[in-house]
Design a protein around this ligand. Structure first.
Ligand SMILES: Cc1cc2nc3c(=O)[nH]c(=O)nc-3n(C[C@H](O)[C@H](O)[C@H](O)COP(=O)(O)OP(=O)(O)OC[C@H]3O[C@@H](n4cnc5c(N)ncnc54)[C@H](O)[C@@H]3O)c2cc1C
Length: 434
C-alpha cells in the first residue's frame, strides 16, 4: 500500500521533501499556514514597481547539488544561469572597479589565481589570504568550534584591507552575518565545500521569479503525482504516543493520520507547532537568533543598461552590499546582516541606497527614479555564531516516524536554499530507507 507522509510547512524545505518523496512513490499531504507557498522565498506583483518582484534577491552556487536535484525533478533547472567561471565585479565608494575572477583551473588553484589578480588587495593581504586558505585546506586549524571568524582572522594575521575588501563581503553574502557573528567552523566548512573541493565555486543566478522557478512548478508536480498541498492550513498540534507521532491537528480542528511526519517550519515557529512536551524531547533550537536582510527595489524612468552593464556587482565601503540588474530599467539592492538599517524608515533607506549607488556607479546621478519598494525580512536567516552550532537539531528525532527539515537544522551549512534542501533530502532518504 502507498505510504503517506504529512509535511508541516510549505517553504523550500517542505516543498523539496514533498517532491523527493512523491518522486519515490509516497503520497504527500503538505500543509502551509500562510496563503502562499514558498516561505522565505516568494514573488508577488508589486503595484508601485509595476512588476512581479521577489521578496529578496537569491543567489545559488554551483555546489548546491541537492537544490539542483530538486529543480531537475520539477523541471526548473533551465531557469538558472550558471557562471562559466566565478566572476564578481566589486566597485568601491569612489567608483574604482576591481574584478575578482577565478579561471577554470582545479581547486584551489582557480582561487589562488583569482586572488593574485584581485587588485583590491595588496601583496601583504594576498600573502595572508593564501596562508589562511592553505591552513584551511590542510585542516590544520584547531579549536574552530569555539571561535567566531573575527578571532580566526586576527589569529591568522588577516589584514584590515583583506577583511574589508574580501572576507567581509564574502561572509556577509554567504552567512548574512558579520565576521564577529559567524562561526569559524561553519566558515571553514563552506570554504572547503565552495572553494577547495570539486563541486565548483561559480555563482548561479535565477532567470525568472523565485515563485516561477522554485515554488509553482513544485506544487504542479505534486498535484500531478496525486499528492495534496494546502495553503491557509496551519497545523496547531502534534499528538504522540510512546516513540511515535500518532496524528496532527489542523487549525479547523481536523485530526489527520499518516505513516510519517516531517516538520519543515522555521526555528522561530518550531516550539508553537510542536507544543511544550514534544519540543522539550526533540529540540535544542533555543539559542538561534534571527538576522534581517533588506532588499531595495528601484525602478527608473529609463533604461539603465548604458550606466550599469553588469548583471550584478558587489559594492565596497557602503551599506548596500550588492546591486543586481533585475530588468533593463530596474535594480535590486541588497543589504544583508541589516541590523540597524532594518530599523530605519523606508524613505531613509531608499535615500541612503540611492546616494551610495550614485557614489559607486557613475551615470546614476542622471537617472530619474520612478518607483521604489523596500522589503525588510526581519527573520531572513539565523545568526550563525559559535553558539548556533549546538542549537541546530538533527533531522532525526526520538520519534521513529518524525523528522525535522529546514535551513536551521544541523546541516553544517548556513541558512540557505541548499541547507533547506539538504535537510529535506536527508529526511526523505531516512523515510525511504526505513
Ligand atoms: C531576503 C532573503 C534573501 C536570501 N538570500 C538567499 C540567497 O541568496 N541564497 C540562498 O541560498 N538563500 C538565501 N536566503 C535564505 C533562504 O531563503 C532560506 O534559507 C530558505 O528559504 C528557508 O527555507 P525553509 O523551508 O527552511 O523555511 P521557510 O521558508 O521559513 O518555510 C517554512 C514554512 O513553514 C510555514 N509554517 C510555519 N508554521 C507552520 C504551521 N504551524 N503549519 C503549517 N505551516 C507552517 C511558514 O509559513 C513557511 O512557509 C535568503 C532569505 C531571505 C529572506
Amino acid at each position: 500500500m502507498q505510504k503517506e507522509v504529512s509535511i508541516i510547512g510549505g517553504g523550500i524545505a517542505g516543498l523539496s521533501a514533498a517532491v523527493f518523496l512523491a518522486d519515490k512513490g509516497y503520497k504527500i499531504r503538505l500543509f502551509e499556514a500562510s496563503p502562499k507557498f514558498g516561505g522565505r522565498t516568494y514573488s508577488f506583483f508589486d503595484k508601485t514597481i509595476e512588476a512581479e518582484i521577489d521578496n529578496g534577491q537569491h543567489i545559488l552556487a554551483s555546489w548546491y547539488k541537492n537544490t539542483f536535484d530538486y529543480l531537475r525533478i520539477i523541471g526548473s533547472l533551465d531557469k538558472l544561469t550558471f557562471q562559466k567561471k566565478l566572476r564578481v565585479k566589486f566597485i568601491d565608494n569612489e567608483a574604482n572597479e576591481y574584478l575578482f575572477e577565478c579561471p577554470n583551473l582545479p581547486p584551489p588553484f582557480h582561487l589562488l589565481a583569482g586572488i593574485i589578480k584581485y587588485k583590491a588587495l595588496r601583496y601583504q593581504d594576498k600573502k595572508a589570504l593564501i596562508r589562511l586558505v592553505n591552513l584551511l585546506k590542510k585542516g590544520k586549524l584547531r579549536g574552530l568550534e569555539s571561535m567566531n571568524t573575527d578571532r580566526l582572522f586576527s589569529e591568522s594575521g588577516q589584514t584590515e584591507r583583506l577583511i574589508k575588501n574580501f572576507w567581509e563581503p564574502f561572509i556577509i553574502a554567504v552567512f548574512n552575518a558579520k565576521p564577529k557573528d559567524t562561526s569559524a567552523k561553519m566558515f571553514a566548512d563552506v570554504i572547503k565545500t565552495g572553494f577547495l573541493e570539486k563541486g565548483g565555486s561559480e555563482l548561479v543566478l535565477p532567470n525568472d521569479t523565485l515563485s516561477n522557478i522554485l515554488i509553482s512548478p513544485a506544487i504542479e508536480y505534486l498535484r500531478g503525482k496525486g499528492s495534496e498541498a494546502f495553503s491557509n492550513s496551519r497545523i496547531t498540534k502534534i499528538n504522540f504516543e510512546d516513540n511515535r507521532i500518532t496524528s496532527i491537528i489542523t487549525e479547523d480542528n481536523k485530526e489527520l493520520k499518516s505513516d510519517f511526519y516531517i516538520s519543515a517550519v522555521p526555528f522561530f515557529e518550531f516550539k508553537d507547532v510542536l507544543g511544550e512536551s514534544i519540543y522539550n524531547k526533540v529540540s535544542k533550537a533555543g539559542n538561534l537568533k534571527p538576522s534581517p536582510i533588506v532588499n531595495i527595489h528601484l525602478r527608473f524612468e529609463e533604461d539603465i543598461d548604458d550606466v550599469f552593464t553588469e548583471r550584478f556587482a558587489g559594492l565596497l565601503g557602503t551599506n548596500v552590499q550588492w546591486v543586481f540588474k533585475s530588468a533593463k530599467d530596474r535594480l535590486t539592492l541588497v543589504i544583508s546582516s541589516a541590523g540597524e538599517i532594518a530599523e530605519m524608515d523606508k524613505e531613509v533607506i531608499v535615500e541612503t541606497a540611492l546616494r551610495e549607488l550614485k557614489m559607486c556607479i557613475k551615470g546614476f546621478e542622471n537617472k530619474k527614479l520612478r518607483a521604489s519598494r523596500v522589503i525588510k525580512e526581519m527573520r531572513a536567516t539565523f545568526v550563525p555564531d559559535q553558539e548556533s552550532l549546538s542549537s541546530r537539531p538533527d533531522n532525526i528525532t526520538i520519534f521513529e516516524n518524525f523528522f525535522i527539515a529546514g535551513d536551521w537544522t544541523n546541516t553544517g551549512l548556513p541558512a540557505t536554499i541548499e541547507g533547506a534542501v539538504k535537510s529535506s533530502k536527508y529526511c526523505s532518504d531516512l523515510i525511504f530507507n526505513l
